[in-house]
Design a protein around this ligand. Structure first.
Ligand SMILES: [Zn+2]
Length: 134
């Protein structure tokens, strides 16, 4: 299965579904395999993130310590980072352009040219497309 950007909204479990899920995994965290102790915060984790094409089906869910889930989601190379990359690639493949940020000084798009000694000078006049003509 290739990684794809999902558009499925997160669907919360009912308390009964949560209990069932917890019992199905004997209370073990799907991320670290440690037992989730009473009182430890846990969430029903999507084994494959929704943003990466995972589903809301029970087989894609398991209990996880909140701390473990946060690391999986927000960590370096975590799901959010992978989702951002996957989304960027998909958009590029579909020909959807990201809005360009301000030009980097010294780059081709910038009105400033960097000289050999490291100072910046204004580029010689050239026609630039401007959004305002009021
Ligand atoms: Zn854990």
């Amino acid at each position: 299965m290739t990684e794809d950007v999902g558009t499925i909204p997160r669907k919360p479990l009912t308390p009964t579904q949560r209990l069932k899920l917890f019992e199905a995994f004997q209370g073990r965290c799907v991320l670290c395999d440690r037992k989730i102790e009473a009182g430890e915060p846990w969430i029903d984790e999507h084994l494959r993130a929704l943003g990466l094409g995972g589903s809301n089906e029970a087989e894609n869910r398991g209990p996880a310590h909140k701390a473990c889930a946060d690391a999986k989601t927000h960590g370096r190379d975590g799901d959010l980072a992978r989702i951002a990359t996957t989304k960027r690639v998909k958009m590029r493949n579909l020909g959807i352009q990201h809005r360009k940020g301000p030009p980097i000084p010294g780059s081709e798009d910038s009105p400033w040219k960097r000289k050999m000694d490291g100072t910046f000078v204004r580029r010689s006049k050239r026609m630039r497309v401007s959004g305002s003509c009021a």
